[in-house]
Design a protein around this ligand. Structure first.
Ligand SMILES: C[S@@+](CC[C@H](N)C(=O)[O-])C[C@H]1O[C@@H](n2cnc3c(N)ncnc32)[C@H](O)[C@@H]1O
Length: 351
């Protein structure tokens, strides 16, 4: 090699997965083409150094992935990621980030029916106040407000929140949207939100949090409910967690991770001790210097564990419901409904 500072090291790991070879082949192909076109040894060396770093990073990570320290969620609150994610939320052709409008309408129909029953059918759901947790672009809040249910949503993803607010304003809807991190709700959260007849937690992010985090935020959320108010949690049943390890790679012209052509390696692992599914995304594109790595951990809870966690927050009278529309086993889950105890108020100190 001309440049003594850069030394190519063969990773030499016999257990390297096939996708790993594919990455190497693709990146080397690019390296060769690029260096011929550009005729710049220096550029080629830089790229080769990147590949070395990439290979080491991949090698150093556990395969299959296991629960470790560090972030365990997608970078929802990253400004650029949230811009790209907004487009997925609003795409009516996919249920991936938010469900399609007809499914959301069906969910809100169901919510209205739950509220009517909860009030002993004495009055319609109209007028009932609803807090939506992890509201994204506010599609549920908007629909509720159109039907006369004043709604407040919170999330920590900037671009979906901006879109939620603008839509509410342009339609003059009775909606508020707050920027708040579920894992760091302030002590006066209930005062900021005001009393609610229902809290909804749609679409799976509940499983991204560990037991301690869930215990803390459930108490803060439940404190927002009026006595007898409904806590509605869409959850992924234990049996739907894929309890096996696998890996896969694909090439995309753009995705939520990158708006340029890129290689996307996905690894899935099941950590039996932690009862957690781990999903690692490795994203590489031609222009970024390194590799992006994101880890999602999803904790599986049994029905009994869910009931215990909700009960510890002062909720009771639990009812399990099947998925509301049944449109997709992958993107729509069952729902558990609990009611805020009329007699027991759990505080932070109890949790
Ligand atoms: C799959 S999306 C669902 C959005 C919305 N519930 C819906 O169904 O249209 C999950 C949402 O949870 C939000 N989220 C994830 N972690 C959060 C946290 N720690 N605090 C607040 N929001 C969070 C994300 O920003 C994202 O908008």
């Amino acid at each position: 090699m001309d440049n003594p500072r850069i030394e190519w090291k063969n990773p030499g790991n016999p257990e390297i997965i096939p996708a790993f070879y594919a990455i190497t082949v693709i990146l080397f192909n690019r390296l060769v083409v690029h260096s011929h076109v550009d005729n710049s040894k220096c550029q080629a060396m830089t790229e080769r150094a990147d590949i070395t770093g990439l290979l080491h990073r991949l090698q150093e990570s556990p395969h299959p992935p296991r629960v470790g320290a560090g972030p365990s969620q997608l970078p929802w609150n990253d400004a650029e990621f949230s811009k790209r994610m907004l487009a997925v939320h609003l795409d009516p052709e996919t249920h991936m980030a938010s469900r399609a409008p007809d499914v959301i309408h069906a969910h809100v129909d169901w919510l209205e029916a739950q509220l009517e029953v909860a009030q002993g059918l004495r009055k319609p759901a109209s007028g009932c106040r609803v807090l939506d947790v992890g509201c994204g672009p506010g599609l549920y809040c908007h629909e509720q407000a159109r039907r006369g249910m004043p709604s407040v949503g919170f999330d920590f993803a900037p671009e979906p929140l901006r879109w939620a607010r603008e839509t509410a304003e342009s339609e003059k809807l009775d909606c508020r949207f707050l920027s708040a991190d579920l894992t760091a709700l302030p002590p006066d959260f209930a005062e900021q939100i005001g009393p609610q007849e229902a809290i909804t937690f749609w679409f799976g992010e509940f499983h991204s949090f560990d037991a301690g985090q869930a215990a803390d935020f459930l108490v803060r959320l439940a404190a927002c409910l009026v006595p007898g108010g409904l806590f509605i949690l869409e959850y992924q049943p234990y049996d739907l967690f894929v309890q096996e390890d696998s890996a896969d790679w694909t090439v995309h012209s753009n995705s939520v991770f990158c708006d340029r052509p890129h290689l996307w390696l996905q690894e899935f692992g099941w950590d039996e001790d932690a009862q957690t599914e781990i999903h690692v995304h490795w994203v590489m594109d031609a222009e970024s210097p390194g590799v992006q790595r994101y880890v999602q951990c999803h904790r599986a809870w049994t029905d009994e564990q869910l009931v215990q966690m909700l009960a510890a927050a002062g909720l009771e009278s639990f009812v399990f419901h099947p998925p509301i529309t049944g449109v997709s086993e992958e993107f729509e889950f069952p729902v558990i409904v609990g009611r805020k105890s009329a007699t027991r108020n759990v505080t932070d100190e109890d949790a």
